[in-house]
Design a protein around this ligand. Sequence first.
Ligand code: ZN
Length: 276
Amino acid sequence: VRDLSNDTRLLAVNSATVKAWSLEQLVDGCQRAGIPAIAPWRDIVQAVGVDKAGRLIRAAGLEVSCLCRGGMFPAVDEAGRRAALEDNRRAVDEAAGIGAKCLVLIAGGLPKGSKDLAGAHEQVRDGIAALLPYARDAGMPLAIEPLHPMTAADRACVNTMGHANDLCDELGEGLGIALDVYHVWWDPELPRQIERAGKRIVTYHVCDWLVPTRDLVFDRGMPGDGVIDLKGIRAMVEATGYNGHIDVEIFSTLDWWKREPDEVLRICKDRHRTVV
Ligand code: ZN
């Protein structure tokens, strides 16, 4: 595992971690903190417009580890699936416009009123397959992010690295994997599936699993405050050849979103050097 104790070149801060900030504030804050990369969500990019967002980021000399996120493919009807595809094409354009290294996709859950999980899985596969030619033309890698199974109904029915690897096997060139430790740390298959993924891992997200977890979405921990073996997982990921950014992504209404964002960045940087 690489020694990061004196090395923050690969640190990226996800905009979800400093939720109160606009894109301008995130760019300025990372410059002040000496953080070299960001991983914005689409909302703050759209708020300033993609052209201006790209200019701001390039002028600051920041890299963009990924754009969060597209996906959400399953829908109750054909019109819904078409709308999802259109939105995902816009997400590809936004990712290209800000120079993101990939576009993160989450699968989407069961369509409203449905109990057909297998059907939702098929819709996800078909949705990514429909998006891929557009992404390939744009030179924008897609990264399917498996989410913890507690999200299968409402946010993402791709929940394991194994399922993500199966999709990559089936859909081929242009589709990779976003590995977020929060979602996959519990999986006994994780070591085998990381090895199987190899070069498919195109972006890597860290935070921590708190015990107890008080909210299923908004109580993620700062790296080092929970039970995830961060260095152990990073060692496995780096063994695949991954040498990209390490993106700190923390949803936390209960703690980190209440703090001063500059302080949050300072702690992210410190934890990157010590426990990530
Ligand atoms: Zn993530």
